[in-house]
Design a protein around this ligand. Sequence first.
Ligand code: ADP
Ligand code: MG
Length: 346
Amino acid sequence: MRSPRPRLAWLLALLLGIYGCERPAAPVEAEVYAMGTLVHFSLYGASPEAAAEAIRAAEVWLQAFGRDGWAFGDGELAHLNAALARGECRRVSADLAAQIRLARAVSGASEGRFDPAVGPLVRLWGFDRAPRDPDRPFPQPDAIAALLPLPPISAVTVSAAGEVCGPRGLFIDLGGIGKGYAVDHVVADLARRGIPAALVNAGGNLKSWGEPPGRGWRIGIRDPYRPGVMATLALAAGEAVSTSGDYERMFDHDGTRYHHILDPRTGYPVAGLHAVTVVHADAALADAASTALFVAGPEQWRPVAAALGIAQALVVQADGTVAMTPAMAGRVRFVPGWAPPHAAGD
Ligand code: ADP
Ligand code: MG
């Protein structure tokens, strides 16, 4: 007969084990370089082995996705662009077809403010490389004018089987939507693997899954003026946040700042806003929408947000004032004392 002692020890261990599972545990954190940016992972509640395996799988997928989605490299999108330049159609993967379909929809709803057909302009401005080569010549106005009007992404067709056709001269750059699409994919994969809670952040495009034990998510919105955070936001499970700004990829020329979000109609970087943050359940839509609202500028971002089905948006205008939709204003908490530099007097 077994003595009661080991049984008690077993029971205690079981209770402690259960109790241990319910205590807020430190997340497994990891960083992966893909799509020209750092992708940060925080995974909660999974075993170290399951977390490591999920992150390894995500890294493999992200790196292939980054190669295939980079218009200026040698992957799938580059091959599609080469085919379009030859006047040919090309069958693409389900992921690429999905991005192009969503990009077409966002382009239509934003009346062309978001348009991945900006590819030739992105190259002319030197934003086809990150970091930008400082020796690249400043674009000549007539070289910009020669590219306009751009053939719009609406001229591209994507068949149900994923065959893409479009006019010659159309060159697709998915830099404004790919990181959000990737975050949706990676988070869905973490969920499929049974990871209880996670936050994935790809260079300002983040999405949550589940909730960390014992507390909710609270994320920071970057200060567009200086390193640090301007405000925080409590995030529900499954929400995505995307920020587009003029402070990340830019250069100065003759005292003027030129950044990587271009107006497809004028061919020049868009002035008027410093940063746009949007919240939506779909990270790909949030990514494209933050770019679209940035192009829309201080006068037009509200109707463009409404047309895109974005109820939650925050913009930092060029004069430093912050404007928000009512739904966003209800949940953003500003860092005490935060002010734009000129208002703060520094
Ligand atoms: P980031 O890539 O820094 O997160 P965005 O999501 O706003 O910023 O995307 C900017 C990128 O999108 C640019 O680097 C360029 O590749 C592409 N792009 C620039 N202007 C536009 C535009 N008007 N519409 C769609 N894509 C754009
Ligand atoms: Mg974007």
